[in-house]
Write a protein that binds this ligand. Structure first.
Ligand code: NAD
Length: 269
């Protein structure tokens, strides 16, 4: 059963990782998708691959979410091709983990710029369209770090806490126009490039930053993170896809302003 038949979705950070998986999931549920990212080659490859697998139209738009002209261009591509926007997934984000006393100020600012200001621009241009059409579902990919501080990771946690304030404010403002806005707070996607990248992945960053006491290797860091989850494993792309599909469609019509954990129960520990 396709739950989102003929809906038009816009997703940011769609080239790789969770964004790539969500692009495929939304298309598999019946959406045409406009996918944005700065990584042009990867984005085009993802769009081609998903279109081939699902038979849906996937339009890649090279876009830096911190630049308003780029975000305008992204939503213009959606309206020019499809005439409306039903679902927006604000997924693009970066993470630079550094202990606070040694943190590089420009890197800290860059994290806020992509994760919080980038979401503001995405929401602003989504709301312009959705307010006029009097419908829409905006979904922010947040994190469990949006509700609980994260040692040696203050920029990311601050940007994600701010994200929930943005979601609630937009939800309040847009409810009378039939537009809903919710956040999804994933646990650790331990198999994603964000963690596994050999140069800048979180396993390497957290090992360097001494975030896991006693950890000598990447395997030690991974084990420590799996051990924090009551359901005993890292979060998977489909765990998030299931909730995104629910929030994007009519089954969640009475939900707005929520920030929903998908963590295997990790936040209880
Ligand atoms: N991986 C995890 O463990 C995890 C856990 C919780 C929440 N999240 C959240 O999930 C989302 C996706 O994370 P991921 O693991 O797939 O990360 P990722 O780094 O693999 O993918 C992020 C994508 O966003 C793009 N991007 C970065 N800056 C951009 C910009 N300025 N403009 C446009 N695109 C930009 C990147 O090019 C990349 O394709 C993020 O919001 C992240 O905070 C991830």
């Amino acid at each position: 059963m396709s739950l989102l038949n003929n809906k038009i979705a816009v997703i940011t950070g769609g080239a790789q990782g969770l964004g790539q998986a969500l692009t495929e999931r939304l298309a598999a549920e019946g959406c045409s998708v406009v996918a944005a990212d700065m990584k042009e080659q990867q984005l085009r490859a993802t769009a081609e691959d998903v279109a081939k697998k699902t038979g849906r139209k996937i339009i890649p738009v090279v876009c830096n979410v911190t630049l308003e002209a780029d975000v305008e261009k992204l939503f213009a591509a959606a309206t020019q091709n499809f005439g409306r926007v039903d679902v927006v997934v604000a997924n693009a984000a970066i993470l630079i983990a550094e202990p606070i006393a040694e943190a590089d100020a420009e890197k800290w600012r860059a994290v806020m710029n992509v994760n919080l200001f980038g979401n503001f621009l995405t929401f602003k241009h989504a709301c312009k369209i959705m307010k006029a059409q009097k419908s829409g579902s905006i979904i922010q990919i947040n994190s469990k770090s949006g509700k609980k501080g994260s040692a040696a990771n203050s920029a990311y946690a601050a940007s994600k806490f701010g994200g929930i304030g943005l979601v609630q404010s937009v939800a309040l403002e847009m409810a009378k126009f039939g537009v809903r806005c919710n956040a999804v707070c994933p646990g650790n996607l331990l198999e994603s490039p964000l963690w596994t990248d050999e140069k800048n992945g979180l396993f390497v960053q957290y090992l360097r930053a001494g975030k896991v006491p006693g950890a000598q290797t990447i395997a030690d860091v991974k084990k420590a993170y799996e051990g924090q989850v009551p359901l005993g494993r890292g979060c998977r792309y489909d765990d998030i896809g299931n909730l995104v599909v629910f929030l994007a469609g009519e089954l969640s019509n009475y939900m707005t302003g929520q920030a929903i954990n998908v963590t295997g129960g990790q936040e209880m520990r």
